[in-house]
Write a protein that binds this ligand. Structure first.
Ligand code: HEC
Ligand code: HEC
Ligand code: HEC
Ligand code: HEC
Length: 432
């Protein structure tokens, strides 16, 4: 009992030492981080103009990012389902010819490749012609940001592609994702900002981790051209999942085209990479697009982001193994398993939709009226919108495996309902 005060002293001393140690550690960490940050920016900084579209000029300050950016022109792969090889999807997947009958995608539909090619490929596609609105160029070049500032978004979209976008010379580059003054990530394209605003999200409050997804989500999304002014709009007012997007389109009675074989009012889904990712385990765990597609690499003593944006399957070591301790073969195999499962059901969905198209066609030819066919056609629309949500998305299910199979399961169901409905009509018409 006599030495109790002494104990108290020791305890006090212990805590004091602990606090001092923690403080010193925090200080060191802080100094180290500052040093790291400081070395990201060269000591002699060549200022970059507010609307500098040329990545070479930015590259004088940031040679690593520029050099890796240039590698997006490389063709390293096909992977199992994607990669940078520009193949014709209509040849590899001939079902598409039936599914897109009457729409521009039946003429030309190639696999995507690196950002370096964005301009070459949009100018080269057979889907673009004299009547194409300028809206099409919105996600292909930093010159968009320059002209939007000059013309205003409305006039920019309203113009013709042949008059404005077709003359551009610079593919996607630094200005598309960075503020040239601070180098912070920045989104300037209005469609994304407006869609967030309508959903009550304030982008100025976004965390750095959210921005590592948002810069990609300004382009890698589903969209449509609103009204005669072809105003680029994201259909997110009711939410990001496929059912909410469908409800949005139904409410405004939007249709991309009438299918030429069965007359159904179809919506072409674009590339809902951001939307599908949002429903997956990685999004829920806070893993951003940049984590897998622009992983950190070590350059001397600093961590930098590779700007060679590509399929993570060609870079599993940096893209996945920072978080997962499985070996490369195992990780690759997990992706392949998810993709094979998705593809298996994707194909079954295509067959179900083609059966529906066929049944509606037959019912129509035997004299069923538009009014009678309305429901079967609407069910075809519902099935195809879901199928395309997964088919046009770029990860073959990987960005959100369970949601992908749920969507395809519902698509098969709607397609078969459509077929049954059309066959019932056919029987009734023929019997009469
Ligand atoms: C957990 C890692 C991970 C995250 C996070 C992720 N992706 Fe992916 N992504 C993949 C994998 C794996 C593939 C499949 C690549 C393949 O099949 O070659 C892929 C494929 C793609 C492709 C097609 C690549 C090609 O070769 O054609 C695009 C485009 C893409 N993702 C965009 C995005 C966007 C945009 C986000 C954020 C909204 C995102 N990804 C988030 C792992 C990820
Ligand atoms: C300004 C619009 C835009 C932005 C911003 C953008 N992308 Fe892309 N991305 C595209 C276009 C367009 C293509 C297709 C280019 C082609 O095929 O010519 C593409 C292609 C890709 C590919 C396929 C590459 C390959 O080798 O097959 C991946 C992966 C990808 N983007 C991921 C991302 C990620 C991750 C981000 C954010 C860090 C991002 N993109 C930001 C428009 C954009
Ligand atoms: C498609 C979007 C995109 C494009 C295009 C792009 N960047 Fe980045 N950049 C990013 C992302 C995402 C990060 C990671 C930022 C973070 O974590 O805060 C980044 C980080 C950086 C950094 C910080 C250091 C690092 O590597 O993490 C520098 C410097 C940089 N980029 C320079 C450039 C330059 C120069 C260009 C043009 C040659 C360019 N970027 C083009 C998306 C892009
Ligand atoms: C920044 C960290 C991070 C990166 C990078 C990352 N993952 Fe993950 N991954 C996670 C987390 C967190 C989970 C959820 C695990 C959990 O909560 O148990 C996960 C889950 C998974 C799962 C299980 C999915 C499921 O439905 O249960 C697979 C498979 C997977 N990741 C593969 C990959 C592959 C392949 C890559 C590279 C293309 C990758 N991950 C990149 C963090 C990451």
């Amino acid at each position: 009992m006599a030495n109790q005060p002494l104990n108290k002293k020791y305890i006090l001393l212990f805590f004091l030492t602990a606090i001092v140690t923690v403080a010193i550690t925090l200080l060191l960490v802080n100094i180290f981080e500052k040093k790291q940050e400081a070395t990201l920016y060269p000591s002699v900084f060549k200022p970059v103009g507010e609307f500098e579209i040329d990545p070479k000029v930015w590259g004088q300050n940031f040679p690593f990012e520029y050099d890796t950016y240039l590698q997006t022109q490389n063709d390293t792969s096909p992977t199992f389902y994607h990669g940078s090889k520009k193949f014709q999807k209509l040849e590899k997947y001939p079902n598409l010819l039936t599914l897109f009958a009457g729409y521009a995608f039946e003429k030309d539909y190639t696999e995507d490749r690196g950002h370096y090619w964005s301009l070459t490929d949009v100018k080269g596609t057979l889907r673009v012609n004299e009547k194409t609105p300028n809206t099409c160029i919105t996600c292909k070049s930093p010159q968009v940001l320059v002209d939007m500032e000059k013309m205003g978004p409305e006039n920019f979209y309203k113009a013709m592609f042949k008059d404005v976008g077709a003359n551009y010379t610079q593919a996607i580059a630094c200005l598309d994702c960075h503020d040239p003054k601070t180098m912070e990530l920045r989104v300037k394209r209005p469609a994304f900002l407006e869609a967030l605003q309508r959903r009550g999200i304030d982008i100025t409050k976004a965390t750095r981790q959210e921005m590592r997804t948002y810069v990609c989500a300004q382009c890698h999304v589903e969209y449509y051209f609103k009204g005669d002014g072809k105003y680029l709009t994201f259909p997110w007012d009711k939410g990001l999942n496929v059912d909410s997007i469908e409800a949005y389109y139904d409410q405004i009675a939007f249709t991309d085209w009438a299918h030429t074989v069965d007359g159904a009012p179809i919506i072409k889904m674009q590339h809902p990479d951001y939307e599908l990712w949002s429903s997956g385990i990685h999004a829920k765990s806070g893993v951003s697009c940049a984590d897998c597609h622009m992983p950190y690499e070590r350059e001397g003593s600093v961590k930098v982001s590779t700007h060679w944006i590509r399929s993570p399957l060609t870079n599993v070591n940096n893209a996945c193994q920072t978080c997962h301790k499985w070996d490369e073969a195992e990780l690759t195999n997990r992706v392949k398993t998810i993709q094979d499962r998705t593809y298996e059901i994707l194909l079954k969905t295509e067959i179900a939709i083609m059966d529906a198209i066929n049944a509606i066609k037959k019912a129509k030819e035997s004299g069923a009226t538009d009014e009678q066919l309305k429901n079967a056609r609407y069910l075809h629309r519902r099935a195809q919108l879901r199928w395309d949500f997964i088919a046009a998305e770029n990860s073959m299910g990987f960005h959100s495996p369970q949601e992908s199979l749920r969507i395809l399961g519902n698509a098969v169901d709607y397609a078969r309902q459509s077929q049954i409905e059309a066959e019932r009509l056919l029987k009734n018409v023929v019997m009469k």
